[in-house]
Design a protein around this ligand. Structure first.
Ligand code: B16
Ligand code: MG
Length: 251
């Protein structure tokens, strides 16, 4: 009774008001998650590598696993240019287009057997948690095959927005794919978290002004705000708390 007289409206109301006051003036809570596809939701990165390697072999050289890291998240035509430059091979635009089409055929053959069993560990549980937390989510992939793969693994309806290679002009590390994702969710970039396995994708997220969670090694994803081996190693609550702390809003 005593404290209620001193703090009209109840103690809790005052605590909430105090917390509001100590938040940074333009604090906007995290309300959207943007997911890369290849290497985050499913391991198609390995199929891209196999198909690119086959193409490089056809042209007369090989590409290593390490070199493949630089291709992750990079668009099809940008990838072919990087690969040919790596092998010191110069080809006409028409030949490059033909090789890109051939690589895509090999890639489609490799992914044609995918099923929901190919969803990476931790993904399904993480999506369940984000739905419970009322967080919106979008796909942010530069792959033109993203819709087809989501359909194969039964996750086409799990996203509030899908931005793929057919909707963008610039591949990662340009932030376009994630900025479009945030816009389709009706959110500011600062309200979004990006989940990425590629160096180029982490750079895209940071250039877009978003919090970046790297899926992979912190030694490779050096620009990531947080790096974890897989979504199995994180809960939505832990992540939101860590972001609040990083932004100095934990109380
Ligand atoms: P496609 P992401 C990217 O997808 C892949 O990481 C990259 O290796 C691939 O070259 C690119 O999509 C284009 O894919 O040939 O299927 O259009 O990582 O942004 O989901
Ligand atoms: Mg990826």
């Amino acid at each position: 009774m005593g404290w209620q007289r001193c703090y009209p409206g109840g103690f809790l109301v005052w605590v909430v008001l105090l917390c509001e006051l100590i938040q940074p003036v333009n604090y906007m809570p995290i309300s959207g998650f943007l997911f890369d596809l290849d290497g985050v939701i499913v391991d198609t990165a390995v199929f891209h590598y196999q198909a690119w390697r086959r193409m490089a072999n056809e042209v007369g050289f090989d590409i290593s696993h390490e070199f493949n890291e630089t291709l992750k998240g990079v668009s099809r035509m940008d990838s072919i240019n990087l690969i040919l430059a790596h092998g010191n091979v110069s080809l006409t635009e028409n030949r490059k287009l033909a090789l890109a089409a051939q690589k895509n055929e090999w890639y489609l053959e490799l992914v044609s057997h995918m099923t929901p069993d190919d969803i990476l560990p931790g993904v399904t549980g993480f999506f369940h948690q984000l739905n419970q937390a009322g967080i919106k989510c979008a796909l942010g992939s530069v792959s033109k095959n993203a819709g087809l793969i989501l359909k194969r693994i039964g996750m086409l309806d799990d996203f509030d927005a899908i931005i793929d290679g057919n909707k963008i002009t610039n591949g990662k590390p340009d932030p376009e794919v994630f900025l479009k994702g945030a816009a389709e969710l009706g959110l500011e970039p600062v309200q979004c978290v990006v989940f990425e396995d590629a160096v180029a994708g982490i750079e895209a997220a940071k250039r877009g002004g978003m919090f970046a969670v790297g899926i992979g090694s912190p030694d490779v994803l050096t620009q990531a705000d947080l790096a974890i081996p897989s979504l199995e190693h994180l809960t939505v609550t832990e992540l939101l708390t860590a972001i609040d702390r990083a932004q100095g809003i934990g109380y």
